[in-house]
Write a protein that binds this ligand. Structure first.
Ligand SMILES: [Zn+2]
Length: 221
């Protein structure tokens, strides 16, 4: 099994609604809140871990292509499907699929978004995020109660993303790329991060290029 080449897909993730990728409460300092977002340990800036995007693509692709994982709740480990081949086999050790084909980098704020959020930070005292309060409506009185604060990255924020694909000799490049494109379309159609059913995490992948050539994603079906 010989590595033939790498294909590099890069672009921008545009948050069309607020995006919430939860972090750990232990990572935040004074005045921290209960539901913090994940932040870079050194800069303190929000980012999208590669594992979040990769995991979301995989789970949506499995919803579409696998009949077993919805019952088990575990990632596919059949050891022979394209999802196992590209995203890695979960537990199956008896396969000859070779190494995971996809590398999803952490996505950091674009320089523009960093500047915009910095201004908001100075003017409103928000540290590169927003705090959204959600209520539960009492079914009898119709009144809102139990306000819960939740931190998220505001709508219109942009992150730079990069996905590297390893193409091995026996791989069908079009097939590998096709599945990645489908995964991104599905994420675009659904959501990224948490609380998607409540409107969080609607994203759009824009300014995409594949090995330097511009490429536009089709709408997911
Ligand atoms: Zn599989």
């Amino acid at each position: 099994m010989r590595l033939e080449k790498h294909v590099v897909m890069s672009g921008v993730i545009l948050c069309e609604t607020g995006l919430r990728i939860g972090g750990s409460k232990d990572d935040i300092e004074i005045g921290g809140m209960d539901n913090p977002i994940i932040r870079h340990p050194v800069s303190g800036l929000p980012y999208i871990p590669g594992s979040s995007l990769k995991g979301r693509m995989r789970s949506l692709l499995e919803l579409r292509h696998s009949r077993t994982t919805q019952q088990s709740g575990e990632p596919c480990d059949c050891g022979h499907c394209n999802i196992c081949k590209i995203f890695g086999t979960h537990k199956s050790r008896t396969n000859n699929l070779g190494p995971t084909r996809i590398i999803v980098r952490d996505a950091f704020l674009t320089p523009d978004s960093k500047d915009e959020l910095k201004v908001a930070n100075q003017e409103k005292g928000i540290y590169y995020s927003e705090v959204k309060y959600e209520n539960r409506i009492n079914r009898k009185t119709g009144k809102a109660g139990d306000p819960r604060p939740s931190e998220r990255v505001p709508a219109d924020t942009k992150f730079d993303f990069e996905i590297v694909l390893r193409i091995f000799e026996e791989d069908n490049e079009e097939e590998v790329l096709g599945l990645i494109k489908e995964g991104l379309s599905l994420v675009q159609r659904e959501y990224l991060g948490g609380s998607g059913s409540r409107g969080y995490g609607k994203v759009r992948f824009i300014d995409i290029s594949i090995d330097g050539d511009p490429f536009a994603l089709e709408e997911g079906k």
